[in-house]
Design a protein around this ligand. Structure first.
Ligand SMILES: [Fe+2]
Length: 278
């Protein structure tokens, strides 16, 4: 197995390993897991694996979980289908950490490229630990003790506004009332602190006025996506990306309409984000 950094702060290409092999080997799996903690997002090319093999590999990371808004692959119930077509184009194009509207958002997300258009549709990731570490000491002190509200409805507002959208999403909304997370969270495995607010799901910082909250969130959102904290992947069919959702944000670049794209996603359950005393 070979690991090559893809950018300065985040990301690595992993070669010489099939995820089907890694599903069967403790040593290979541990090496991949450690590379993931260090590099935060891993890219693996030409992964000829079935949905069953993909699911078997992903299950080694922990408890797989579902998503209220997506269908799954027949026979591989852990594998969610993310599909974008001319009739139903992808709508999410905002930087985010996955599913922070949950009390315990996923720890790890995996994507396996199925149908990839010839151009467009890259994904970007940003390191929210590098972003925290890039703040000045006075700014760290300001954000360290704060908490923010995250809300499912905020991320799905376009879908909610569509005809029938409110009815379709009503059960998901009822199951996912707004939650509060610390603005600065300690990564449970690396101990690094991360900036845990995102433009898709965070609605406000608790205790600040509306203006203060908007100003601070706008600053943090821009700061997190500073180019030096990011990496960009150009997908090919069979590419797999695995990211640590506790130390990253990502942004799907929505520039491939009306082309068809299909991805297989698996998410691994995580713990409730907490901030530990330094
Ligand atoms: Fe996402």
């Amino acid at each position: 197995m070979r690991v090559d950094k893809a950018a300065g702060a985040i990301g690595a290409y992993v070669g010489g390993v099939s995820l089907a092999e890694a599903a069967a080997s403790n040593d290979l799996f541990q090496a991949l897991r450690e590379a993931l903690l260090e590099h935060q997002v891993l890219f693996l090319r030409e992964q000829d694996i079935s949905p069953g093999e993909y699911q078997a590999f992903a299950r080694r990371f922990g408890q797989v979980e579902g998503h209220p808004a997506y269908d799954t692959v027949p026979g591989a119930p852990d594998v969610q289908i993310l599909e974008s077509t001319p009739e139903a184009p992808s709508k999410i194009e905002v930087w985010h950490t996955d599913m922070t509207f949950r009390t315990a958002p996923p720890a790890i997300t995996l994507l396996h490229g199925q149908v990839i258009p010839p151009y467009g549709g890259d994904t970007l990731w940003a390191s929210i630990s590098a972003a925290y570490e890039g703040l000045s000491e006075p700014m760290r002190q300001l954000v360290d003790g704060l908490e923010a509200v995250h809300d499912f409805r905020h991320g799905f507002q376009e879908s909610l506004a569509e005809p029938g959208g409110a009815e379709r999403l009503a059960p998901a909304i009822a199951e996912n009332p707004p939650v509060t997370h610390p603005v600065v969270v300690t990564h449970p495995e690396t101990g690094r602190k991360v900036l845990y607010v995102n433009a898709l799901f965070t609605t406000r910082i608790v205790g600040l006025t509306g203006n203060e909250s908007r100003m601070l969130l706008d600053f943090l959102y821009r700061h997190i996506v500073t180019e030096e904290y990011t990496v960009r992947l150009s997908w090919a069919p069979r590419t797999v990306a695995i990211w640590d959702n506790r130390s990253t944000q990502h942004k799907p670049v929505n520039d491939f309409f009306p082309q068809h794209r299909k991805m297989h996603r698996i998410t691994i359950a995580g713990d409730r984000p907490v901030r530990l005393a330094a």
